[in-house]
Unconditional design. Structure first.
Length: 445
């Protein structure tokens, strides 16, 4: 590849500048195994380059572009699973699945590859109902730092899923799919933040609701809505009021929100997942310092946005994110958000990294900082990777359960169903018109 052709691999959507030394476009797992086995350089896996935290920015590295590995290799209708290569995008996958009346419900950026979504353990638009990426995976094939092809089952998915490419290169995955469903939306708007959060909390436990997209007043105005708080309530059914062409119109606003904000000079963002009862505090802080934001109230995620010269606002926002104990949200850690990794979590990641990539080949200094030791194949024990995993005092899955406690506590809190007052009942009834109309018809009959 010529030097000018390498330039497009020097950065990703984060706009952090790096340097690609060489780029490979493999079409088979055997090609990747050969590259990994024969090199001791930093190796950066890459999909479509949509990562906004520098997750695939090279540092004089080998870049492995996975987009040629974009095939569907198996479909099991009995198990409702599909086997895909890592380079296929979510848009391409769902276009293929639509032909057989199926879909993969973890929606993210259309150009995101399945491999990158696994690497970041993606929180999709509909994670309120369908969970995060790991919840929809049966198995993963990946190539570790020794150049070995491993097949990872559910018990060990955390060794790869969410590790942002530091343990190896994902090549293939078996995913769970669902039947294609009718889709609709409803809009809820209010001038009152407490009312918005209260209504959203109640909507989270309604089975028909699959997503709760949230826009601040200023973002709402930018997107053509009235200057009020807006919740766009998503349904995988006909329970919402907005359908067909109107549904597509609103859906396109959601799909293009990041690019719309970017075109208005909001080129920096943060990504915080909070306990639900901390949302009001964080949102109030953002409004006090005049920061615009979007959110996913289904997953308790808020994304503040900043213009290039708003460094002071951004730094203040990062400090409050640290103070209130937020976790990473939708976009991963990469180079930009290492401050979200706690000491215990860092130790767990280090242990997993050393087991799968003892030569420190993959994505150096992404997710957490690793001092490169200069270890080689000759001075590291040749004990097989599987033996090392078996000898571990505790499985990484058990260790990562400590981290999951954050999410579980929030879900327990939400599951305590609150009793809506009459005003809130009427608002929810209005949002979910068809549901309550059905109930009333049954009562009349």
């Amino acid at each position: 590849m010529k030097s000018y052709e390498l330039i497009c691999y020097d950065t990703d959507a984060s706009r952090i500048e790096g340097k690609a030394a060489r780029v490979f476009h493999p079409e088979t797992e055997q090609e990747i195994m050969k590259i990994v086995s024969s090199s001791m350089e930093d190796i950066v896996p890459r999909g479509s380059g949509t990562n906004v935290v520098g997750g695939c920015v090279p540092n004089n590295s080998i870049v492995i572009d996975m987009r040629n590995m974009d095939k569907v290799t198996n479909f099991d209708p009995a198990k409702q699973t599909i086997t895909v290569e890592a380079g296929i995008t979510i848009k391409e996958l769902n276009e293929k699945l639509k032909k057989i009346n199926k879909e993969f419900p973890i929606y993210f950026k259309e150009q995101s590859t399945i491999g990158s979504m696994i690497a970041t353990n993606c929180i999709g638009d509909k994670s309120l109902r369908y969970g995060i990426m790991k919840d929809m995976i049966e198995k993963i094939d990946f190539i570790n730092g020794r150049g070995e092809l491993l097949n990872i089952g559910k018990a060990d998915l955390s060794e790869v899923c969410g590790m942002e490419g530091i343990t190896g290169i994902i090549t293939k995955a078996i995913l769970r799919i669902i039947n294609l469903r009718e889709k609709s939306l409803s809009l809820f708007q209010s001038d009152n933040l407490e009312e918005v959060l209260s209504i959203a909390k109640k909507l989270k436990i309604e089975r028909e609701v699959v997503s709760l997209k949230f826009y601040s007043k200023k973002v709402s105005l930018l997107f053509g809505f009235p200057e009020k708080y807006h919740i766009i309530v998503g349904f995988d059914s006909d329970k919402g009021k907005i359908k067909d062409k109107d549904y597509e119109k609103i859906s396109n606003i959601i799909k293009k929100e990041y690019y719309s904000l970017y075109s208005n000079d909001y080129i920096e963002s943060e990504d915080a997942k909070l306990f639900y009862d901390k949302l009001k505090e964080f949102i109030t802080f953002l409004e006090d310092i005049d920061v615009i934001y979007t959110g996913d109230l289904g997953s308790s995620i808020i994304n503040p946005f900043f213009k290039e010269k708003e460094t002071d606002k951004k730094n203040k926002t990062i400090e409050i994110i640290k103070k209130i104990g937020a976790k990473k949200g939708r976009y991963g850690i990469g180079l930009k958000r290492k401050y979200l990794i706690e000491p215990l979590e860092k130790k767990i990641i280090q242990r997993i990294k050393k087991r799968h990539d003892p030569f420190f080949k993959f994505n150096r200094n992404k997710l957490i900082d690793f001092p490169f030791t200069g270890e080689t194949k000759d001075n590291i024990s040749k004990t097989s990777i599987t033996e090392k995993i078996e000898k571990s005092e505790n499985s990484s899955t058990q260790q990562l359960d400590i981290i999951k406690e954050f999410h579980e506590k929030d879900n327990i809190e939400i599951s305590k169903k609150p009793k809506p007052d009459k005003k809130e009942y009427d608002l929810i009834r209005d949002i979910m018109t068809n549901k309550y109309e059905d109930k009333e018809r049954k009562n009349v009959s």
